[in-house]
Design a protein around this ligand. Structure first.
Ligand code: PEP
Ligand code: MN
Length: 272
């Protein structure tokens, strides 16, 4: 029986897709780490965090210039100014940039600055955005919708591949459940399920799954042991003053310590 998703399916391509961004390769058995603040707030903030996460071993810097916020009264991101600060980070640290693109209208602009274009959980079902991403030559980080099944998530990726862009990195970021002790529930079982169904790399974002700093570190360790192709972690130099997601952002020294253990855990599971 043929699977509904053609291009993203293992039956279409047996070999894992490898996606190289700077020094990082997603899907080759290594474990690149993407780190940075939820939102770009100012130049000093991003340069400081970027230097810290680079020093700890992160391969890619993250930071949102266009933020999808639940409330229209919350900080919406700096827009183009934020992208300029991200370009400065890349120039000064050499780290490639991952940043969210929220809509078709701003796609060209974000595409010009980003090394990886993130499509967020809330936009996983935005089919015109997915098609536009499929016409980009930049890698796409496709987050799982917060109520999406594996099949729906892979179908969203299919929209991108179908338009010609085969560089899609999937990202599990927690799903909405009945629990109240965390923001979402990290679905780590999906990692192996993705690997069975698809050749695309899959990474894990423990920050948006937990929503609470104290849970993020152990979930990052679990992600490293899960066979995922990397993690994305929010780090802030002053989380208590962060304009977005401060409660889940690690302090730079916490991130530094966590990276050492992540490296050790990844070695234990004996990936090539
Ligand atoms: C983010 O990465 O900052 C973000 C908004 O993520 P998600 O789409 O997973 O909520
Ligand atoms: Mn965030």
């Amino acid at each position: 029986m043929t699977k509904p998703y053609k291009l993203v399916g293992r039956n279409f391509q047996q070999k894992n897709t490898h996606i190289q961004v700077g020094d990082a390769v997603f899907g080759d058995g290594s474990f690149p780490v993407i780190a940075g603040p939820c939102a770009v707030e100012n130049e000093k903030q991003v340069i400081s965090i970027a230097n810290s996460v680079k020093n700890a071993g992160a391969k890619i810097f993250r930071g949102g210039a266009f933020k999808p916020r639940t409330s229209p009264y919350s900080f919406q991101g700096l827009g183009k100014e934020g992208l300029l600060f991200l370009a400065k980070v890349r120039e000064e640290t050499g780290l490639p940039i991952a940043t969210e693109v929220m809509d078709v209208e701003t796609f060209d602009l974000v595409e010009e600055y980003a090394d990886i274009l993130q499509i967020g959980s809330r936009n996983m079902h935005n089919f015109s955005l997915l098609r536009r991403a499929g016409n980009s030559d930049k890698p796409i980080l496709l987050k799982r919708g917060m109520a999406a099944t594996l099949a729906e998530w892979l179908m969203a990726a299919e929209y991108i591949l179908e338009q010609g862009n085969t560089n899609v990195i999937l990202c599990e970021r927690g799903i909405r459940t009945f629990v109240t002790h965390s923001r979402n529930t990290l679905d780590l079982s999906v990692v192996q399920a993705v690997k069975k169904e698809s050749h695309l790399p899959v990474i894990v974002d423990p920050s948006h799954a937990a929503g609470i700093r104290d849970q993020v570190i152990s979930l990052a360790y679990a992600s490293a042991a899960s066979g995922a192709d990397g993690v994305m972690i929010e780090v802030h130099n002053h989380p208590e003053d962060a304009l977005s997601d401060g409660t889940q952002s690690l302090y730079p020294d916490q991130f530094f310590m966590a990276m050492k253990k992540i490296k050790a855990i990844h070695a234990i599971i004996g990936k090539e």
